[in-house]
Design a protein around this ligand. Structure first.
Ligand SMILES: Cc1cc2nc3c(=O)[nH]c(=O)nc-3n(C[C@H](O)[C@H](O)[C@H](O)COP(=O)(O)OP(=O)(O)OC[C@H]3O[C@@H](n4cnc5c(N)ncnc54)[C@H](O)[C@@H]3O)c2cc1C
Length: 434
């Protein structure tokens, strides 16, 4: 329906940059967490900094709220507009350019992650943001959630690669922040404020990434085991770890879900990469001397197994799984997983990044979901874990602030920042806060 606000938005931006059909609301008003019903006022599509500024100043003047939307692959309702907000979709801000002197890529925040990775690969360089959602996620979303994926162990999370960002604040001011030099003591690194800010502190609209060299050699191995600790110990030994770029595991329930007959409690795929073939071979030798049941995979087998790994979160989502994204100290992982198994043998599925202690617990249960969530959180506290390793807080996980006492000071500081940076609560008003 053409409301007064929509007429004003069309007047402000032009007809092509405003959408307001029910179909658009259902497409752009909600992210991957489908439990919150979308109910936006309109969707706007800025093409440049000027458009963004007009939108932000309009929201301030008209007392409207904005929800920032990238690829909408977020799993916590951060990009969902359920309270008549205006959705600001950055999908038309998707340009990129290569800075050959610095081997950097500058991209507008709406660029799709895979498109940027392909663009960088054409320069024979690597942007190591490796998520199962990268064919749809946006660069701005990756920065705003500080996304990390299967290659965290080698390359860290998104923020590790960011050299500069441009951000539009809630009052229309522009910030240009950088950290290009490692040793830089010019006060705190305030660019950090926006990594994981989930749209609540500013609109990230341009990102410059440093890129890495492409490793020359790559091998994948498969390990089946019931003893995670000893395998982890061998793989993460210093002489092997240097060649590891990824270690992913999934449990028996996940193996069955993917149509396999489990031969052991855990299925592990390890990616080794290096500029030296010798180094990779040495790692394989060291591992085989440890009496580990290793299968070296050819490229077809590797592709098949990685594609299964990518199917896992999608399959579990289609079964209505409640997704918990937690991390804990590596030395606590095996005991934690054993206790999880005792909570329920069939209703809890786990998989994740073995190299950095980030595991995805998926609860598929009609009657015991809430009970299992509480049980997992209370185990997590005993094991000194974090309740959100990758996916953030969004609108969905705000109970973390009260359930985990250790995060209450962070919450207070976040409230202070929000009040000073966005006093009228224009940006993503339901993210982090009530
Ligand atoms: C199948 C699947 C697999 C996934 N695997 C991983 C994984 O391995 N690792 C991982 O970390 N995550 C993973 N995710 C979660 C998700 O893909 C990431 O959080 C991703 O970074 C979100 O990007 P997006 O563009 O889709 O953001 P959106 O969902 O659009 O937004 C996410 C949040 O960021 C804010 N935001 C978006 N763009 C901007 C911007 N330009 N400026 C300011 N705020 C902004 C939004 O308001 C929202 O709060 C997965 C999701 C799915 C569905």
């Amino acid at each position: 329906m053409m409301t007064e606000i929509i007429k004003k938005l069309i007047n402000l931006l032009g007809e092509g940059k405003v959408k307001f059909s029910q179909e658009d609301f259902e497409k752009y008003g909600v992210d991957w967490y489908k439990e919150i019903e979308p109910d936006p006022t309109a969707i706007v599509f800025p093409k440049n900094e000027d458009d963004l500024k007009k939108i932000v100043l309009f929201a301030k003047k008209e007392n409207q709220k904005l929800v920032i939307s990238g690829g909408r692959t977020g799993l916590c309702g951060g990009a969902t507009a359920a309270n008549k907000e205006i959705v600001v979709s950055l999908e038309k801000m998707n340009d990129m350019k290569w800075l050959s002197k610095k081997n950097q890529v500058v991209c507008q925040a709406g660029a799709i992650t895979d498109n940027v990775k392909i663009f960088v690969a054409k320069q024979d360089r690597l942007l190591p943001i490796s998520l199962a959602s990268s064919s749809s996620s946006s660069i701005g979303g990756n920065v705003a959630t500080n996304a990390a994926g299967s290659k965290f162990i080698r390359y860290g999370s998104t923020k590790e690669h960011v050299a500069r960002i441009k951000v539009m604040l809630a009052n229309g001011e522009i910030l240009s922040l950088k950290k290009e030099i490692k040793k830089d003591a010019t006060g705190p690194n305030l660019m950090e404020l926006f990594f994981g800010s989930e749209g609540a502190l500013g609109i990230i609209y341009e990102v410059t990434f440093n890129t890495c060299e492409q490793p020359k050699y790559l091998e994948n191995i498969l390990i089946r085991t019931s003893e995670l600790d000893s395998i982890r110990h061998h793989i993460l030994a210093p002489e092997v770890k240097t060649s590891i770029s990824s270690i992913e595991y999934w449990d028996e329930n996940c193996q069955k879900l993917l149509g396999d007959t489990p031969e052991s409690a855990y299925f592990i795929i390890v990616e080794l990469s290096s500029d030296s073939k010798k180094e990779i071979n040495l790692c394989l030798e060291i591992l085989s001397e440890k009496n580990i049941n290793i299968a070296l995979l050819n490229s077809k087998q590797s592709d098949e197994i990685w594609s299964k790994r990518e199917d896992l979160p999608v399959n579990l989502a289609s079964m209505g799984a409640y997704k918990m994204d937690i991390s804990l100290p590596l030395e606590n992982l095996q005991s934690f997983l054993k206790e999880i198994k005792q909570l329920s043998a069939d209703e809890i599925f786990s998989f994740g990044h073995l190299g950095d202690g980030n595991i995805h617990i998926n609860i598929v249960s009609e009657n015991n979901q809430d009970k299992h969530i509480d049980e997992v959180y209370s185990l997590l506290k005993n094991y000194d874990g974090s309740p959100s390793a990758e996916h953030g807080i969004g609108q969905r996980k705000k109970e973390i602030w009260t359930k985990f006492e250790d995060y209450q000071d962070k919450y207070k500081l976040l409230q202070t920042l929000k009040k000073s940076m966005d006093p009228n609560n224009i940006l993503s008003p339901k993210v982090f806060f009530e």
